[in-house]
Design a protein. Structure first.
Length: 269
């Protein structure tokens, strides 16, 4: 693995730039057990005879992954349920819940794992605070082919991230009481111009990654789910202002509907 120092105004000598850059669309490549989709909800683990992990991302587009986003090794006696989704804007979200069905507290380390599609050294451009930004190396210090990745493991310092050659790992120490559930949120954002990875893609991945660290995208997750999350602070897991605005409009619409006389409603034959 090679590490380089990255500034958001990355020099054109490192990566090409282009006017009017257009982002590619990440693929609906989440493995469901019988095929791929943009969403998976269900148990964790692998399916035989394919030996593929449920809820993992097969490719993502432009060979960015060679199977990414599953828990490698044992879970120390915990059961795993997953909700994995491709959100808008090329962001894969992994919501994983670990439940202790036994009668004693379980303390264990779980490893969120991914095989990157680079098949060689990765360039790591940002590493700290729950975010790693990386891309496939051409061997001479430039990004090529695969999408640039922003990999987010939380904002509480609980995730220990590492990339070794083309393998990503985020380790978490869990303490789960009898009958309790603890959940982890992980994100993978893909940035790539349709004509190839550009300097602007590295900057975009870094900005998006930092944004997810500060305020994770939790749209569609329930309060009960969010209450179990261990690797993001509760204060950061609040709806975006736009979401609040939509909720207010919706509540107003409901109130207006309740005020309307129902005796005037007619149904056409």
């Amino acid at each position: 693995m090679k590490t380089f120092t990255l500034a958001l105004s990355l020099s054109a000598a490192l990566l090409p730039t282009a006017a009017g850059a257009q982002q590619f669309q990440a693929g609906a490549d989440i493995f469901t057990g019988t095929g791929t989709s943009d969403r998976y909800v269900g148990r964790g683990g692998t399916v035989q005879p394919s030996n593929r992990a449920l809820g993992s991302v097969a490719d993502g587009g432009f060979d960015t992954f060679d199977n990414f986003g599953y828990f490698n090794g044992t879970l120390g006696g915990l059961t795993l349920n997953r909700q994995v989704e491709l959100l808008s804007g090329n962001t894969y979200r992994f919501f994983d819940s670990f439940t202790n069905t036994g009668s004693a507290t379980i303390m264990t380390t779980v490893s969120f794992f991914g095989n990157l599609g680079s098949d060689g050294d990765e360039l790591v451009g940002y590493d700290g605070g729950g975010l790693m930004v990386s891309c496939e190396s051409d061997g001479a210090g430039a990004c090529i082919d695969d999408a640039v990745l922003a990999l987010v493991s939380g904002n509480t310092g609980s995730g220990r991230q590492a990339i070794t050659r083309n393998f990503y790992n985020a380790a978490f120490d869990l303490t789960v009481g009898a009958g309790q559930t603890v959940s982890l949120l992980n994100y993978a954002f893909l940035a790539r111009d349709i004509d190839g990875p550009l300097a602007s893609d590295v900057a975009l991945a870094t900005r998006r990654g930092l944004s997810l660290v500060a305020r994770p995208d939790v749209a569609g997750l329930s309060k009960a789910q969010l209450a179990t999350v261990a690797n993001f602070s509760a204060a950061s897991m609040v709806p975006e202002p736009a979401s609040w605005a939509l909720m207010i409009v919706g509540i107003g619409g409901i109130g207006a509907g309740l005020r309307r006389p129902t005796t005037r409603v007619r149904v056409a034959a």
